[in-house]
Write a protein that binds this ligand. Sequence first.
Ligand SMILES: [Zn+2]
Length: 42
Amino acid sequence: MANWKCGECGHTKDSRCKPKKCPQCGSSKGFAKAEEACETSE
Ligand SMILES: [Zn+2]
C-alpha cells in the first residue's frame, strides 16, 4: 500500500490507488505519493 499526501493541507492517506480527492480539504489534484509506509519514524 502506498501513502499519499495532500499538497494542499498535508493530510495523509494510505491507499493502493491515488485518492480522487482529499477528505479533509476536498482538493482533487493535490495528492502526491509519499514514501511507502514500511517504516515508522520514532
Ligand atoms: Zn487536503
